[in-house]
Design a protein around this ligand. Structure first.
Ligand SMILES: [Zn+2]
Length: 63
């Protein structure tokens, strides 16, 4: 992953750091879209793994 630049003074800041070394400004952590995608897939997988689908299929088949 690449380093990012401080929005205040332009100093290069390590991608894992939130604060600029030179001026102390807050440098927002950049989260790649892939991290959101992987997180979403894991959340859906956990959800599908936790839900007891046979219960819901029985429940809705009564209507
Ligand atoms: Zn700075």
């Amino acid at each position: 992953m690449d380093n990012k630049k401080c929005p205040s003074c332009g100093t290069e800041v390590h991608f894992d750091d939130d604060v600029c070394y030179a001026c102390g400004a807050n440098v927002p952590r950049s989260i790649p879209w892939l991290a959101y995608l992987v997180g979403g897939v894991i959340a859906v997988a956990l959800f599908l793994g936790l839900v007891d689908w046979s219960y819901w299929i029985d429940y809705f088949s009564k209507f």
